[in-house]
Design a protein around this ligand. Structure first.
Ligand code: BES
Ligand code: ZN
Length: 885
């Protein structure tokens, strides 16, 4: 990175704002092409800021119409550009600045600031979109009380919404216009501002908080979709109740509104009292949405609601502290889902996501710490590291200090920091206070990037009846951080005897770093230095170590467990994470070997004992959702990351397909029985238990078909025809799409005819075709881009089709470079219109250096071509530069 680059923002340069804006009054007259915004800012010099400096407000693509200072029109003493407003010598007392701007919502293709989605007006301000509505101090540590008056054509926008409570509404005399005034009593940063105007239907409900206040709830959707919002409403009420019982936090306004829009860059946004959602995270009916969609809705609704305390009431001082709200809120939404569904399954799902997204990010050129110390474009830091690893750090903190101290610490945080813009240090200080523990070493997790690997070498001494453990940690270098320090790593462990029973932990710990008996009582070893040696005694039988229980730290575990140990763990370990991990490790060994040396023949005995371990686990019964997880092999990207370099995606794919077929063949009796036994006539319910049974049944169908296409295809075809819900129908179609049968094209065609016109369902159809591993896929995708179902302007369509293709490991990485060229061209096409969407596609290149030399060269050539374009957005420029650095 060029250190003299002036666009680089640094954490060490943080200064408090020179001015504060206590109140903000906004008056917005909505118009398709000429919306007017008059803002009145009640300003005062910040005692903690610098005196006698100009007032510099942020702006972006704004047209200034007029300025008044304390009611007097200003002609000079200020300067203005499209991206800033400067008042050279502002008063040294409280003053009011009135600024009138004009903007064109229908020309806003970036979907940041005020824009149109369908026939509605809506906003997205995080991170720096508010400056596209009016000139302002667009930074999260400037907190203001907002009053917003919205005016619009009555017929065009009968619904007018903003943050807070509705205080007034009425008609504008002698016109066809009306207005509404909203007041939000809670001071907030401008990124939480929102406004909606449009002709929308709504689903309404109420919620009574634990202190007995009644809150009006509404979910606004396109007319006709009201019924489809029922599950989202149910999830909202459950999330509200959960925050009361789990965290003693209740909702604080009289209304909570959610608006679902079809054009949205992200999943959803937590604007105070007015969450705005991508409609895919609101709308669901059994015939339209899958179990995964239902789970996604429940999770995202909860996540945005939970931000009310972690993000809104307590916000971030600056964008470097993003993990303070996002990591913590992801942790909270994971806990919510664990309590609503199955804790074990949730943990496994979260670990899968962490590995797939965050570990890959950490292993590539875009690696950064949970709290970065520099950025060029903040939009590019809403990453798996900030979110998922950020959540892991909170979880690890809880493991280290214990549930009790954690819960007292978080309550202290809510009390102490309420109404402020806080930092990671403020957060940690609360847990230091509640636990009495120095968290300085732990804080290194926020600064140091990279995935630590923890090695456990074990040796059992039969005569001495001891097991000696040699633990060590190492974090590989990441961009800008060549030397890593040891971290505090909590390792939850247990010992399993040969008979499958859990043995007590009795240990002598060597003199270097005396471990406390208290640690072992909790089944926890804290690794705080590069190495640690521990001897367990009184072990009359050979033992298997059950390590990293519950995935107690976001590390890569290196263990020399034998295949037999893995089989044993897979069958007996009391910890579901370890059981699942054992199966994954076993499969990974076989898959890596198959991909590295496809020609050297297959490890038949290894495969046989692996499938035997799975067969035992399946026969043992247990939670179907868990069994489905056991039977799901590591993804192609997981295998690629494990291989690390010289990656050939075709070899990975082939090896994985063959192992899937092996599993399907070896377990065919069990799978067929499961497929028949798990069939159900009961009306669809999205609950976790029913979803788990569907997941296992559909996994069985998938494996059976991999093993025997001729036998599986008719089953899949019949399921496709008779399915009573989208989960089963799309699962059958997915299985058909992996075959080369005529049934595939027929089913795709029928699906299309049935659902054309329902954009969210058509997205499934688009992404299914984009992820087909076959060579014709790119042509198919190009063809689909030309159909009326597709639009480059809609982020959901782009993500489904082009994003689907970018995730297609075989075809994106096609050996002739056609996949790289296609995605690169799409990035260049999208960038001028919507950089956010362009960046998401570009991130498919993040693993390019791992590829074998030929693909590596082709990917690099495309990246260089993008880099050479002069007019790139700062967003794409930042990612492409870092990817090539
Ligand atoms: N605050 C974010 C939305 C956001 C992200 C705004 C990036 C601006 C830039 C919101 O709380 C969020 O995190 N949404 C996630 C879903 C969530 C369940 C992790 C999203 O939109 O993907
Ligand atoms: Zn969030």
């Amino acid at each position: 990175m060029r250190t003299e680059d002036p666009q680089i923002i640094r954490l060490v340069d943080y200064r408090p704002p020179d001015f504060l804006i206590d109140r903000m009054s906004l008056d917005i007259k909505l118009d398709l092409k000429k919306t007017r915004a008059i803002s009145r800012l009640s300003l005062r010099p910040n005692p903690a800021g610098r005196a006698d400096v100009p007032l510099v407000l942020d702006g972006d693509e704004l047209v200034l119409l007029g300025v008044k200072l304390d009611g007097e029109p200003l002609q000079e003493c200020y300067s203005v550009t499209a991206d800033g407003f400067t008042l050279a010598a502002p008063p040294r007392r409280n003053f009011e600045l009135e600024i009138e701007t004009e903007l064109d919502p229908s020309a806003n293709t970036k979907l940041m600031g005020l824009y149109r989605s369908g026939s509605a007006y809506c906003t997205q301000c995080e991170a720096e979109g508010f400056r596209r509505i009016t000139y302002f101090l667009d930074r999260p540590d400037v907190l203001s009380i907002y009053t917003t008056r919205i005016e619009a054509d009555r017929a065009e926008a009968p619904i007018l919404l903003s943050n807070g409570n509705l205080v007034e509404r009425g008609d504008v005399p002698q016109s066809n216009r009306h207005y509404a005034v909203w007041h939000d009593p809670f001071p907030k940063p401008c990124y939480l501002f929102a406004l909606v105007g449009g002709d929308l239907g709504s689903l309404r409900d109420t919620f009574t908080t634990m202190s007995g206040r009644k809150v009006d709830l509404a979910i606004y959707v396109e007319h006709g979709n009201e019924r489809r919002a029922a599950y989202a409403m149910d999830a909202l009420k459950r999330a509200m109740r959960w925050d009361e019982t789990a965290y003693k936090r209740e909702y604080d306004l009289d209304v909570f509104n959610i608006v679902a829009v079809s054009d949205f860059n992200m999943g959803a946004m937590e604007n105070k009292g007015l969450n705005i959602f991508n409609d895919r995270y609101v709308l669901a009916l059994p015939e339209t949405a899958t179990d995964a969609d239902y789970a996604g809705i429940e999770r995202v609704i909860a996540h945005e609601y939970l931000h009310n305390w972690t993000g809104n009431r307590i916000t971030c001082r600056d964008w470097f502290q993003l993990c303070l709200k996002e990591g913590l809120t992801v942790f909270r939404d994971q806990e919510f889902t664990s309590d609503q569904r199955s804790r074990a399954l949730q943990r496994i799902a979260d670990v899968r996501t962490l590995r797939a997204q965050q570990f890959s990010e950490d292993a590539g050129p875009l690696a950064h710490s949970v709290r970065p110390d520099t950025y060029r474009e903040i939009n590019n830091f809403y990453t798996a590291t900030v979110y998922e690893k950020g959540a892991e750090l909170v979880r690890m903190l809880k493991v280290l200090i214990g549930d009790d101290a954690f819960s007292r610490g978080i309550q202290l945080y809510f009390e102490r920091c309420d109404g402020t813009a806080a930092t990671v240090e403020d957060f940690l200080a609360c847990f230091e206070a509640s636990s009495g523990r120095d968290l300085q070493h732990f804080a290194l997790w926020y600064e140091q990037a990279g995935t630590p690997s923890v090695t456990i070498a074990a040796s059992y001494d039969q005569d001495a009846k001891t097991l000696s453990l040699e633990l060590s940690q190492e974090t590989p270098p990441t961009p800008g951080q060549p030397d890593k320090k040891p971290l505090v790593i909590p390792l939850a462990i247990g010992l399993i005897g040969e008979s499958g029973t859990e043995l007590p932990l009795k240990a002598e710990i060597d003199a270097f770093d005396g471990a406390s008996a208290a640690e072992l009582k909790r089944g926890l070893i804290e690794l705080t230095s590069a190495r640690r040696h521990i001897v367990f005694r009184d072990l009359g039988e050979r033992v298997v170590i059950s390590a990293l229980r519950g995935f107690s730290a976001p590390v890569q575990l290196v263990q020399s467990a034998s295949d037999e140990d893995l089989s044993l763990q897979c069958a007996f370990d009391p910890d579901p994470c370890v059981r699942w991990q054992a199966a994954q490790t076993y499969a990974t060994r076989l898959l890596v070997a198959a991909a590295r040396a496809p020609a050297s023949g297959r490890n038949h005995s290894g495969i046989a004992s692996f499938t035997e371990a799975l067969r035992k686990a399946v026969s043992a019964g247990g939670d179907p959702a868990f069994t489905a997880q056991l039977l799901t092999l590591p993804s192609e990207t997981d295998i690629a990351r494990e291989i690390g370099d010289n990656v050939d995606p075709d070899a990975i794919y082939d090896g994985r397909q063959r192992l899937r077929a092996d599993v399907g063949r070896a377990l065919s009796t069990e799978l067929l029985r499961l497929y028949r036994d798990l069939a159900s006539d009961a009306p669809y319910s999205p609950d976790a238990a029913s979803a788990g049974r569907r997941a296992l049944r559909n996994t069985a169908l998938d494996l059976l078909t991999s093993a025997d296409e001729a036998a599986g295809t008719p089953l899949a075809r019949a399921q496709f025809d008779t399915a009573s819900n989208m989960t089963d129908r799309i699962a059958a179609l997915t299985v058909l799409c992996l075959t080369e049968s005529a049934a595939r094209e027929d089913a795709l065609e029928e699906f299309y005819k049935r659902y054309a016109g329902d954009a969210l369902i058509i997205d499934k159809w688009l992404s299914l075709q984009a992820t087909m591993p076959h060579p014709g896929t790119l042509d198919r995708v190009r063809g689909l881009m030309r159909t009326e179902q597709f639009s480059m302007a809609n982020p959901n369509r782009v993500r489904a089709l082009i994003g689907g293709f970018a995730a297609n490991q075989r075809q994106f990485n096609a050996p002739d470079g056609s996949g790289y060229d296609f995605i690169g061209e799409c990035v260049l096409l999208l960038d001028p219109k919507n950089p956010h969407v362009a960046v998401r596609l570009l991130s498919a290149f993040r693993t390019w250096r791992m590829m074998e030399p030929r693909r590596c060269r082709l990917a690099e050539a495309m990246l260089r071509r993008i880099q050479g374009v002069a007019s790139l957005s700062p967003d794409v420029r930042d990612i492409v530069d870092r990817s090539l650095a």
